[in-house]
Design a protein around this ligand. Structure first.
Ligand SMILES: CC(C)[C@H](C(=O)O)[C@@H](O)C(=O)O
Ligand code: SF4
Length: 469
């Protein structure tokens, strides 16, 4: 029977079938942060269980860490410091050597760190107690977030009791034009399918436009797929995925690379494979996008007007739009372009990789942030920060009036010292614009790095083209 890529990966990792829809799934690699792992480790302590395979885990402090540009880095908040220390002592106790604390040169946002170390490989099952683990589908790995009790199960057994997901294929034909980026594409698709459009499904992204994207852009797309309710995101691995691994992994032998190629050749959906849901999308119609609401699917192109709640046929969507517009303090039917902003944030596991910083720096070169705007750039990892510095990007950002910071989740979720005051409007390269996400009463607008940079310069929400006019 013809199989989807997803089904092939699950089959290759099935230790035992439990019932028609559930398997015991082998997990190649698990990584943890300080925020969602403590109870899982505590569970092992209380049952006197060891970690079965300590080398299959990586732990990093990312959510609660302040991103001030100081040396050494310090965590000022007591509770946060305890979380970081607890992760460190758990790693020491259970023999997990891959621990990246606040001052490690390899510290960064977990999803960024995993890939830059070449630990994620095509066809793997990659797990973390974090919803944006779907990001790793960009390399053809099945990644998904899990809950605390499941983390404990993985630590103890390297397996997971896994209920099979349904499948969805989103085929993006054509090519992105003009200033449209991968971020704009995924926001446009989210708008079309809605924040429930992939609920409970593993999405395979396919089509000419996806194949044309570089790996980092595929990461942005797979990262945001979870915002449609997906249980995973995948792009069939190709030469670009293999090259990424070869460029980032340490100590791969010729044999390893050959084996990776051999596995990769099987890692695609069979021609006649049937998906539970199929959607096609034309990349050619994507324009720079911005969210107006409090859900990532509440997005429009800059040349569109902010929708009125009445324009939504579905009563739930109508009600959600009404509430979102009230929270966001935006006038239905008015232009979104040129809405004044006070803050710009470039960062997060969605858009903080080197090419994201390069794209923003390109826009900022020779320009300056508008008066009254505070702008911050938070590289996804300390390694990216160093690479950016080698390329002189830090200078471009600083000369433009941006704060050049150390890596972490930062303003993506304001669980650290980076928090916006109520009423602050922010152009943000992140993935969630929920109420209060960047600070109680703050207003988040999800955009691409290019749009964030252009908006910083103009002091209002606008696409890059506004600068050229
Ligand atoms: C804190 C963590 C559980 C959460 C997630 O699962 O995604 C966070 O990373 C987020 O982005 O909201
Ligand atoms: S950067 Fe944001 S989305 Fe990514 S893991 Fe951190 S909090 Fe979650």
């Amino acid at each position: 029977m013809a199989k989807t890529l997803y089904q092939k990966i699950v089959e290759a990792h099935t230790v035992k079938s439990i019932d028609a829809n559930t398997v015991l799934l082998y997990c190649d690699i698990h990584f943890a942060n300080e925020y969602t792992s403590p109870q899982a480790f505590a569970g092992l302590h209380s049952r006197h269980l060891p970690v079965l395979s300590p080398d299959s885990h990586l732990c990093v402090v990312d959510h609660i860490i302040p991103t001030h540009d100081e040396e050494p880095r310090r965590i000022y908040d007591e509770a946060s410091l305890t979380q970081a220390k607890t992760l460190q002592s758990n790693c020491e106790h259970f023999g997990i050597s891959a621990f990246y604390g606040p001052n490690s040169p390899d510290q960064g946002i977990e999803h960024v760190v995993m890939q830059e170390q070449g630990l994620v490989r095509p066809g793997m099952v990659v797990i973390c107690g974090d919803s944006h683990t779907t990001t790793h589908g960009a390399l053809g790995a099945l990644g998904f977030g899990i809950g605390t009790s499941e983390i404990e199960h993985i630590l103890a057994t390297q397996t997971l009791v896994y209920r099979m997901a349904g499948t969805m294929r989103i085929t993006v034909n054509g090519q992105l034009h003009g200033d449209a980026t991968a971020k704009d594409l995924v926001l446009a698709v989210l708008r079309e399918i809605s924040a429930r459009g992939a609920l409970g499904l593993v999405v395979e992204w396919a089509g000419e436009a996806i194949r044309a994207l570089k790996i980092e852009d595929r990461m942005t797309i797979c990262n945001l797929t979870v915002e449609a309710g997906a249980r995973g995101a995948l792009v069939a691995p190709d030469e670009k995925a293999i090259d990424w691994v070869i460029d980032h992994a340490k100590g791969l032998s010729g044999e390893d690379i050959e084996a990776m190629w051999a596995y990769c050749n099987e890692l695609h959906s069979d021609e006649n494979a049937i998906f539970d849901n199929e959607v096609t999308f034309d990349a050619g119609r994507v324009k720079p996008m911005v969210t107006w609401g409090t859900s990532p699917d509440q997005a429009i192109a800059f040349d569109e007007k902010i929708p009125t709640p009445d324009s939504f046929g579905d009563p739930i969507a109508r009600q959600a739009a009404k509430r979102a517009l009230e929270y966001q303090n935006l006038k239905p039917g008015s232009e979104i372009v040129r809405s004044p902003i006070e803050h710009v944030f470039i960062g997060s596991c969605t858009n903080s990789r080197l090419c994201d910083l390069q794209a923003a720096a390109q826009v900022l070169k020779g320009r300056h942030v508008a008066a009254g705007v505070r702008a911050q750039v938070v590289p996804g990892s300390m390694r990216i920060r160093r690479q950016a510095e080698e390329l002189g990007l830090d200078r471009i950002f600083k000369d433009a009036g941006f704060e050049w910071r150390k890596s972490g989740c930062s303003l993506c979720l304001a669980m650290n010292d980076d928090i916006l005051k109520a009423g602050t409007r922010c152009a943000s390269t992140t993935n969630r614009n929920f109420e209060g996400r960047q600070g109680r009463g703050s207003h988040t607008h999800l955009v691409s790095p290019e749009t964030a940079a252009a908006s910083a310069v103009m002091g209002y929400l606008c696409p890059k083209s506004e600068l050229e006019e």
